[in-house]
Write a protein that binds this ligand. Sequence first.
Ligand code: ATP
Ligand code: MG
Ligand code: MG
Ligand code: MG
Length: 562
Amino acid sequence: MRWSRYFMPTLKEEPAEAEVVSHKLMLRAGMIRKLTAGIYTYLPAGWRALQKISEVIRGEMNRFYAIELLMPAVQPGDLWKETGRWEAYGKELLRFRDRHDRDYCIGPTHEEVITDLIRREVSSYRQLPLNLYQIQTKFRDEIRPRFGLMRGREFIMKDAYSFDKDEAGAAQSYEWMRQAYVSIFEKLGLQFRGVEADSGAIGGSVSQEFMVLADTGEDVIATCTHCDFAANLEKAEVTCASEDCPECSLPPEKVMTPGMHTVPQVAEYLNVPERKVLKTLLYDADGMAVAALVRGDRELNEVKLGNLLGAKHLQLAGQEQVEKWTGAGMGFAGPVGLKVDKIVADLELRLETDWITGANADDAHLRHVDLRRDAQVNAYHDLRSITREDPCPRCQGGIRMTKGIEVGHIFMLGAKYSQSMNAAYLDEHGAEKPLIMGCYGIGVGRVLAACIEQNHDENGIIFTPAIAPFEVTIIALNPKDEMVRNHSESLYNELCSQNVDVLLDDRDERPGFKFKDCDLVGSPLQVIVGAKGIKNGVLEVKERHSGHRHELPLEDFGRHFQ
Ligand code: ATP
Ligand code: MG
Ligand code: MG
Ligand code: MG
């Protein structure tokens, strides 16, 4: 690809809309653009990276006996009514009606569709086992879409579904998928960890998640300090008592009174983006909410005092208090980081942290486990070092909390869907039996985001070779110089003919500008073609990862890439 003719709109400025580094860098490197909340266009470089990830996934899925197909994104509501999920799935399921007034949804997952296919096509044990997968666009109307591709509403998922005669067969299919996943994430160059998705199930776990370890992860993983026990706490620790809200235990009308509610509602009230709402409100002595701490910086204990001084506050606190707090608030307004406990002390505020619930059950968990103890802001900011009081369920060792990004999930389903949808086969003796199923997901876009979370520096992305949109960037230092142009072009053509994914930076820009851009977009290798080097018979090669530069002889240069 010649950069001068490519479409990779890089940004010099830090995008204000992005909170985590992967989102920022994907925007800055010209990989994605937002259409609307949680819905993105994959620009050419982003799409290349997603396809690279998909190729690695395909290779390993195929190796472990899974077969690719493609199912529709639009699904009839009737299928979901058969399994009861039309009612049970909640608001994440995007439903609509066609011109004949029939119910439809955009698939957030495909158990119903695949089970419908298989019940029509498979009737005998001779057709089993089967494992079918697709790489396809899903839609989930997430309550809090955020962090770019990490939690989108429309996103690409690899989802596989296995069908076996019995539990033993299903266990084998599951094990193959586990091995495939380990291999996929290794090949992609990610640091990851398999965890039990339900920490209550000690031993015979039927669900495992693959977590990329990163501070920005939304999941909280308990790991044992002695043995290899690791579990995602979301399901085990959080119980939701509410019928009002699928994610939290508080009724919506309680918003903005002490003991209140969800992040989106608070965001709306405060008139700030959701990502800016920290899980803390400050109350005055009378229990009035007078300020929200909004996130200024991920660093410890540094926040900005939020905008609670607008018109809406009048309704809540009354004129007198508004005047009082307007004065105080103005003093704190602006981009300066402030110590939370200092604000609290200065303003003689009571700190209330035990109220808010977001879409993420993990936040709720943390609140219950730790923040509740004494409502110390410091505890909130020190999530990573929280030590749970419980011992390890396996070895009684200590428990540590870390944060992780769920990139994959494998699940034994048993006969849950085959029974409700009547998907059966005839065994060797002619007896009818339900199919035993498993399902296996990987978030393709989330893998890309997680890769960048783990591999970047202050200059930009450092792609792992398997994911890089371009493995090599050739930087033609001064493309107006005929010698530089010719050498760059011929090297470019040579690498292309060797099937190397190569980007030629042939733009008529200053060297400094090009170096910056090339570091930002993150090819693992850069080849620098300059007049001086050519005269000395060398080209300079820079490893993006280490920053290490060395010179290689110009002659027969392409063989290094064979
Ligand atoms: P989460 O707990 O993060 O909401 P999930 O458990 O609901 O994810 P699964 O139903 O297990 O997700 O889907 C399989 C995979 O799809 C996940 O492991 C994740 O990698 C990916 N995924 C799920 N939701 C999203 C999303 N909103 N945006 C991007 N990827 C997603
Ligand atoms: Mg989810
Ligand atoms: Mg999950
Ligand atoms: Mg999951």
